[in-house]
Design a protein around this ligand. Sequence first.
Ligand SMILES: [Fe+2]
Length: 300
Amino acid sequence: MITRRGFLRLVGGSAFAMVSLGAYAVGIEPMLLTHVKRYTLTPPHWPAGLKLRVVALADIHACRPWMTPERIASLAEEANALQPDVIVLLGDYTAGTKLVTGWVRVAEWADALSGLKAPLGVFSILGNHDWWTDSLAQRAEAGPTASRKALEDVGIPVMENDVVRLEKDGRGFWIAGLADQLALLPNKAKGRDSFQGFDDLDGTLAKVQGSDPIILLAHEPDIFTKVPWRVSLTLSGHTHGGQVRMFGYSPVVPSAYGNRFAYGHVVESDRNLIVSGGLGFSILPVRFGVRPEILQIDLG
Ligand SMILES: [Fe+2]
């Protein structure tokens, strides 16, 4: 039997705990606890002597109050401070939730990203939200999306089934960027009952010449089941680690493979995938157990 006072204390205590947890998941973890997630690896058939630092930003989802242009600009400074050789952006720049107090225009977030600097350059791919928030592109069933144009306007190349060869200390490597796998929304009127992607993995990899290693950028990790061993490392975002993750398990993951590609470094059949937990939100402005992260990957 519990006394009235005890009951009130219990109820009050749990209510306080609930409110604090809510404040943590909505306010503190998403906004304040951005951290640098570091990986060091030598992927299969990575050439000896090629030491490369890749910094990646994923799922920015610009919107107020969660991801303002000011915050994006400060994330860009944090990324620069890691002294990367190359910076890659893994897609989903536009808002992923309607629970916002204001929108951020494409030109505003692109301008904030224009502060990114790395000796070998900054390269980007698009994500599903860059397509889904672009009603003109949906209607036309084709790009260029507003996100693509905004990134190009600030001098950041956007790779949709494209490759670029870079060199560090006389050693070459390729960055391959895949077009989005969920670009077009289902549309009954157009006879499309599921998402349609523009990704062309084979066509993209066919543009690679020679035997230099390849880093593949693919917003959604699900493509990983089809990525050949020839690719040294695949980098993805999109899942946000489920946004809520406990004991290495995410209850909700936007992937056909559930927790298999939800978060972190995945090695399958000697092939390597790193999935970033990303920086922003989609659907609900909540994060728990998956702090916003900037990826720093040291290869060599
Ligand atoms: Fe996404």
